[in-house]
Design a protein around this ligand. Structure first.
Ligand code: SF4
Ligand code: SF4
Ligand code: FES
Length: 274
């Protein structure tokens, strides 16, 4: 049987290893075999070996894969995830990416002992609870190449999950639609996703394609945009955009508005419901 060659990014170079054994079927098993028989210094992330812990995600030929699920092929090129500091070989530091979740959580974890979502609310975001924090979506997101402060797909997906699961208060002023009531308990969470968040996403869908758990951050971001729009937010970049139109004087269309703006107060202030 011919050996199978895989090339692994190492520091500033690459190295090709030939694997003769037929026992190693998954890429992770192949990495363990290389470490055991060819190079004990090879470093990579791994844990459960069964697609649960998310620690083995790498790039295979430029696409995110869980090494413990991927069946390697001759000629594969393996590299660490994008937008993460590389600790060594395929092992990356996920601290900064996880910090995006901290920003969301800090807006969510307010003391509320009776804040229990209903089964219907939980069912709306059941798939998002399957996130294994593998960072594949983060690595696939092109916005992070130009904006390192972008909250990123899994943090925004988590924000939508928390917002959709937030228990709704019986607000007599909530006469518009169901989504408006999402604002009631955790409006600061909606605030937190406006800057470097939902409006910076290009809706390219790369995050959705990369997710091994079938989670769809792109759609969750669209849902957050919908709720934000109904709450009176708009893209804060809109006022700065140049559409190439000729100028006929100096009309002031203003910049994006927020919950503190007059439009928001007009819509959500003490206005009676009709
Ligand atoms: S859809 Fe948005 S969050 Fe997802 S990869 Fe594209 S730009 Fe990033
Ligand atoms: S949303 Fe999917 S791709 Fe992103 S971290 Fe969670 S499991 Fe991984
Ligand atoms: S080793 Fe846990 S997901 Fe691959």
């Amino acid at each position: 049987m011919h050996p199978i060659n895989i090339t692994i990014a190492r520091e500033s170079d690459t190295e090709t290893f030939s694997i003769a054994s037929t026992k190693a079927i998954t890429l992770l098993a192949a990495l363990y075999e290389i470490k055991a028989t060819l190079d004990p210094m090879l470093t990579f992330g791994a844990g459960c070996r069964s697609g649960i812990c998310g620690s083995c995600a790498v790039l295979v030929n430029g696409k995110e894969q869980l090494a413990c699920s991927y069946r390697y092929q001759d000629g594969d090129h393996i590299a660490p995830l994008r937008y993460h500091p590389v600790l060594r070989d395929l092992k990356v530091d996920k601290t900064y990416a996880l910090d995006t979740l901290t920003k969301i959580l800090s807006e969510y974890l307010t003391p509320d002992p009776i804040a229990v979502p209903s089964p219907k609310e939980e069912a709306q975001t059941k798939v998002q609870t399957d996130c294994i924090l593998c960072d594949s979506c983060y690595s696939a997101c092109p916005v992070l190449a130009v904006n390192p402060d972008f909250l990123g797909p899994f943090a925004l997906t988590r924000a939508w999950r928390y917002l959709a699961n937030s228990p709704k208060e019986n607000n007599p002023q909530d006469c518009t639609d169901n989504n408006a009531s999402l604002l009631t308990p955790h409006s600061s969470l909606l605030d937190a996703v406006q800057t470097h968040g939902i409006w910076d996403c290009t809706l390219c869908g790369e995050c959705t394609a990369a997710c091994p758990q079938g989670i769809d951050p792109k759609t969750d971001i669209l849902m957050l945009r919908g709720v934000s729009g109904k709450a009176g937010y708009s893209d804060p970049n809109f006022g700065n955009m140049d559409f190439g139109t000729p100028s006929f004087g100096t009309p002031d269309f203003g910049v994006g508005f927020s919950r503190s703006s007059s439009r928001y107060r007009h819509k959500h202030g003490n206005e009676p419901c009709h």
